[in-house]
Design a binder for this molecule. Sequence first.
Ligand code: AAO
Length: 476
Amino acid sequence: QFDTNYASGRSGMVHLFEWKWDDIAAECENFLGPNGFAGVQVSPVNENAVKDSRPWWERYQPISYKLVTRSGNEEQFASMTRRCNAVGVRIYVDVIFNHMAANGGTYGTGGSTASPSSKSYPGVPYSSLDFNPTCAISNYNDANQVRNCELVGLRDLNQGNSYVQEKIAEFLNHLIDLGVAGFRVDAAKHMWPADLGVIYGRLKNLNTDHGFSSGSKAYIVQEVIDMGGEAISKSEYTGLGAITEFRHSDSIGKAFRGKNQLRYLSNWGTAWGFAASDRSLVFVDNHDNQRGHGAGGADVLTYKVPKQYKMASAFMLAHPFGTPRVMSSFSFSDTDQGPPTTDGHNIASPSFNSDNSCSGGWVCEHRWRQIYHMVAFRNAVGSDAIQNWWDNGSNQIAFSRGSRGFVAFNNDNYDLNSSLQTGLPAGTYCDVISGTKNGSSCTGKTVTVGSDGRASIYLGNSEDDGVLAIHVNAKL
Ligand code: AAO
């Protein structure tokens, strides 16, 4: 359950937050497949409580396991997994089974009704017998409370109950039948690891009709926020699957915000308190902490700080540590605000500009050249190790990935202008941050590597992007 099931030669998962299934299918075919992306994390698929103002977070309030949401219905979901798998892009579903909708969630996106105040959800069906007694989580130093009480008033399912286990396993297996490659388990920290083990143990192998090799298991990434100092530790979950490594988000934000010198990134990885590489889903920001929910606080970088965000994303993608996930947002000013709609209810489709970027309220960080070109970089360097680490003693750093790729960063308030060892074969390369290789020409900067592997690297501190990257597939 740690294997991502990525198609070979691909990497990079993107969270297409609140996108519709039909739009994701088209994105797989038109953009993600051709640009080397490996997977998509999709928003919750099952029926959720409808809230009047249609905030994004209504999708975290399940009403039933029917696959009907504002993103689409079951038929559209199934068509999306088929179309994405066909172009080598895997689908990972954000699954919510810690809880059901809180009080006030009386009807759902699929037409089911519920009575959260009496813990009745006929669409599943669940009754009060399937829930833990009502109490609120107020103390994260008490593991019993965190797992047996209600997270922000959400009715807390008892995953130790065999009927509940059966319903959850049925839901997940249905998604496996429909061709998904894995799951993000919402609020895993609020469930007992032993109960999760029972549920995961009931999962079918992935569907071979969708191109998975026989015997493949679902990739499981559990949302466990462990910044230290609380009762629950991620190590209780890493035997079962990967975890969302929030320390990565926090640490990378601090570094590229200039609160920690970049030279210290030379031992990036478990030395920073992160879980093992194959157990760590890493990200610069997620749908919660980009808007002040969850954990990470004010140091988290988002699309609103584009220069530093692109640098941090490039570092994450250039570095071999972890399974990187790129956030793809809709723009917001109000932290409750839902995605762009056509009429206040129906989600609007993104539209695309000639430079690949999005409009219509969608930020599409994954379509920023500096980000998708680094997915291609990651694919080009494969498993080659970090070599030729260089730093200037403060915020200018560079490293190569074996002899296949080289990247440099400048977060100092003066220029980087040095002759550096790139590890690459001699030749002229296109910097994939400032431009695109077009046959034998480059729309951005070029870098000439000499027969000794050295190149003169220039990154002005006032340039739009504080990073430069070249790799073997960008040789002119
Ligand atoms: C909405 C309303 C609520 C209302 C509720 C029910 O906003 O006012 O009471 O409905 O009517 C999302 C939204 C919620 C929304 C919910 C349901 O974020 O606002 O509630 O949908 O619609 C905890 C959990 C973590 C969770 C995170 C948001 O552990 O699982 O809170 N994330 C997931 C999803 C998220 C979703 C849910 C779960 C629920 O990603 O989108 O909620 O399905 C500490 C703990 C963390 C804890 C945070 C926040 O973190 O460690 O575990 O996360 O507190 O309470 C430093 C520390 C860090 C600490 C942090 C904050 O960074 O280092 O450890 O400070 O104190």
